[in-house]
Design a protein around this ligand. Structure first.
Ligand SMILES: *[C@@H]1O[C@H](CO)[C@@H](O)[C@H](O)[C@H]1NC(C)=O
Ligand SMILES: *[C@@H]1O[C@H](CO)[C@@H](O)[C@H](O)[C@H]1NC(C)=O
Ligand SMILES: *[C@@H]1O[C@H](CO)[C@@H](O)[C@H](O)[C@H]1NC(C)=O
Ligand SMILES: *[C@@H]1O[C@H](CO)[C@@H](O)[C@H](O)[C@H]1NC(C)=O
Ligand SMILES: *[C@@H]1O[C@H](CO)[C@@H](O)[C@H](O)[C@H]1NC(C)=O
Ligand SMILES: *[C@@H]1O[C@H](CO)[C@@H](O)[C@H](O)[C@H]1NC(C)=O
Length: 619
């Protein structure tokens, strides 16, 4: 049911927008007050406009003195800088009356019960590049080259649990409109009769690796209200793609702001991704590849700030990790309809959402916020030693975020909110070493076992029920029942508690069910086995060797959906056979389904016989 259409007119031309007016387009603002370098200096932009204004006035004066007004130019840019001080925007002599090209359609995200973030990109369809004021109902603000022509506004005053349409329009040329987008607000924070909430959950969309057919799922089947992206929305490497005509335009690792912007631009040409954004609001968190492989708070596997060791002499020139990370974050905030969690904090994206008393969402940043050193290939032995020290203060999320998630889960439980959903980047479950199949991934929670123990201990001690974690990163599919006894002894020494639960169906105190999703298109461990049969042999070994792992699947790319009501949480894993080497938007296959019943803290037995992949014997 579409209740109303929000019209967000875009106005073209240069105007003397004050710094405050500029900042109505959130893309200008730094997401963090203490990090001005992540934003655009709007006072400088204002100054530039004042200078332009003076030039235009003198130019106008000259033109008024001419008897022959030059003809044929009005539909384009009659003169640079018109619109200055003009309040009647219909006067096309004073504003840019050319077309705007909505090059990347529209998108929306971070739904609250009263507001949602709306996004578009408005590029002047002319060779003349100016700043483009955008007026939104009573207000307007600019976009321009400073923010890569992105427009990001918060639409507020909305009704809860409501489907909305929205459209941006060129004020100067009202028939020049963006595509119509659809979005939705969250249920009221205090609502007690929340209908079933449905999420489509993605991770790891690598443009040269394959087509993004999986994004078409919720659009074609109309079975998700929100989309979630758990990270690796773009990839920073410059290789591959020749076989399918998706070669990255920059054939090198990304480093500059322009590099990262153009990479979003490129990923966002995929038609299924565009259509998903146009139709469904997203809640996104980043993982490593939005910046660089295996990044942590002070480096990545191929860059750091250490000039003496060559860490800065990275890619093209001498780009240090910190600069690279800042460019990456800036471009992410410009291109994704994510809220700016303005706490004066260091690059914080971890945030929560309340959907009445049905569910709370905790969206983590296990990657860039405050992560201690990770496995960077050249330091694996060192990190392995740190990883298994359960008493260490070593942290995956940093102390501030750790307190937030622990307090948040406890508050959810105390309020009586039924489900606690955690959006998480890297695998929480313990993946038992079996060198032939899978080596320990110290870049996942297995590399931060003390931190993992503190989190699971808290959930156990406080008897927090109905916690479900959704994880990306691995390009493969996993179903874990993580519990303090079986997971937290260090991955070299886990007990077989989970196996003993096979025949019982009791409430499990403190067990956290983890649903790991495969990639949209990235290849990796999952399909490194050469064939579906061989990958399933590996998956079988994994479920047999890992006490807490109930299901594993490797070969196919795809996504998961989760459907949540007051009594059940049901997750579906979908596969797109063919591994995205062609666009196959209608070829979704259900690989597996698993259901949690509220209050039980584990998934229902017996498990379904999967279409693809392997389940633990006896389950
Ligand atoms: C509008 O943008 C699209 C996508 O970038 C491009 O293919 C098209 O040529 C542009 N049209 C105009 C008139 O600039
Ligand atoms: C920085 O990176 C270089 C090469 O990638 C590596 O040899 C060096 O140990 C790193 N420095 C730090 C402090 O991690
Ligand atoms: C390095 O930067 C220069 C100047 O911007 C550019 O021409 C060149 O293609 C870049 N090289 C690589 C490997 O990215
Ligand atoms: C599957 O595994 C077998 C046994 O290891 C191996 O001989 C075969 O080459 C593999 N198949 C593919 C397609 O990689
Ligand atoms: C809740 O979800 C479960 C599993 O999908 C379903 O069987 C049940 O009918 C749903 N309950 C309601 C009230 O819709
Ligand atoms: C579509 O899915 C079917 C069944 O899962 C599979 O056999 C087929 O290869 C897929 N088609 C394409 C074009 O990927």
């Amino acid at each position: 049911m579409i209740l109303s259409l929000l019209i967000l007119p875009l106005l073209a031309g240069i105007a003397q927008a004050s710094p405050e007016e500029l900042e109505q387009n959130l893309a200008y603002r730094s997401p963090y007050v203490s990090h001005p370098a992540l934003g655009i200096d709007t006072r400088q932009v204002y100054k530039r406009h004042l200078e332009a204004s003076a030039e235009v006035r003198s130019d106008l004066k000259k033109r008024q003195e001419q008897t022959d007004i030059p003809s044929g130019e009005d539909s384009e840019y009659p003169q640079p800088g018109y619109g200055l001080g003009v309040t009647d925007w219909s006067n096309s002599n004073y504003i840019y009356a050319g077309d705007l090209n909505f090059t990347h359609s529209v998108a929306s995200g971070d739904p609250y019960d009263y507001s949602v973030i709306l996004w578009t990109r408005a590029y002047p369809a002319s060779t003349y590049r100016v700043d483009i004021p955008q007026c939104e109902v009573q207000r307007w603000s600019l976009t321009g080259a400073d923010v890569d022509w992105t427009v990001k506004v918060e639409a507020t005053g909305l009704s809860a649990s409501t489907l909305y349409s929205y459209q941006f329009e060129n004020c100067a040329k009202p028939d020049n409109k963006s595509p119509i987008g659809k979005t939705r607000t969250a249920p009221g924070k205090m609502a007690t009769d929340v209908p079933t909430q449905r999420f489509a959950i993605y991770s790891c969309s690598n443009y040269p690796n394959g087509f993004f057919s999986a994004y078409s799922g919720p659009v074609v089947h109309e079975d998700a209200d929100y989309v979630v992206h758990l990270g690796d929305y773009i990839y920073e490497s410059g290789t591959g793609g020749a076989a399918i005509g998706r070669v990255p335009s920059k054939g090198a690792e990304l480093a500059s702001l322009d590099d990262y912007r153009r990479r979003y631009d490129e990923h966002r040409t995929d038609v299924d991704l565009l259509s998903m954004h146009q139709n469904i609001p997203i809640i996104a968190i980043w993982d490593d590849h939005e910046t660089a492989n295996n990044d942590w708070k002070a480096g990545s596997s191929d860059s750091n700030d250490s000039i003496s060791t060559g860490g800065c002499a990275y890619s093209n020139g001498t780009v240090c990790f910190s600069d690279r990370a800042m460019h990456a974050k800036r471009a992410y905030f410009e291109w994704l309809p994510i809220r700016q969690v303005d706490l004066g904090d260091q690059a914080r994206i971890w945030r929560d959402f309340r959907f009445g008393d049905l569910l709370d969402i905790y969206a983590l940043d296990t990657r860039k916020y405050d992560r201690d050193i990770t496995d960077l290939s050249y330091n694996t032995d060192y990190v392995a030693t740190l990883a298994q020290d359960l008493d260490s203060s070593r942290s995956m999320v940093g102390p501030q975020q750790e307190k937030w998630i622990e307090d948040g889960l406890k508050a959810s439980q105390d309020r009586g909110t039924v489900w606690k959903l955690i959006w998480n980047q890297v695998i929480l479950g313990s993946q038992t070493p079996d060198q032939a199949t899978f080596t320990i991934n110290y870049d996942a929670w297995d590399g931060y076992q003390g931190n993992r123990q503190r989190l699971l201990q808290h959930i156990y001690d406080q008897s927090i029920d109905n916690v479900a974690v959704f994880t990306g990163d691995t390009h493969a599919t996993w179903l874990f029942e993580n519990n303090i006894q079986a997971t937290l002894q260090g991955s070299d020494d886990i007990t077989t508690l989970a196996a003993s639960e096979a025949t019982t169906y009791d409430h499990q105190r403190g067990t956290v069910v983890e649903f790991g999703g495969t990639a949209v298109s990235s290849s990796g461990w999952g399909n490194s086995w050469g064939s579906y049969e061989n990958s399933t042999v590996a998956a079988k070994r994994m479920v047999e060797n890992n006490p807490t792992l109930l299901y594993s699947k490797g070969y196919h790319r795809g996504y998961m959906t989760v459907s949540v009501n007051y009594t059940h949480l049901e997750t579906y894993w979908y596969s797109y056979p063919g591994n995205q080497q062609a666009r196959v938007p209608n070829n979704r296959t259900l690989a597996m389904r698993a259901t949690m019943e509220a209050g039980m803290n584990h998934v229902q037995r017996p498990l379904m016989t999967p279409t693809f992949g392997a389940i633990k014997p006896g389950f």
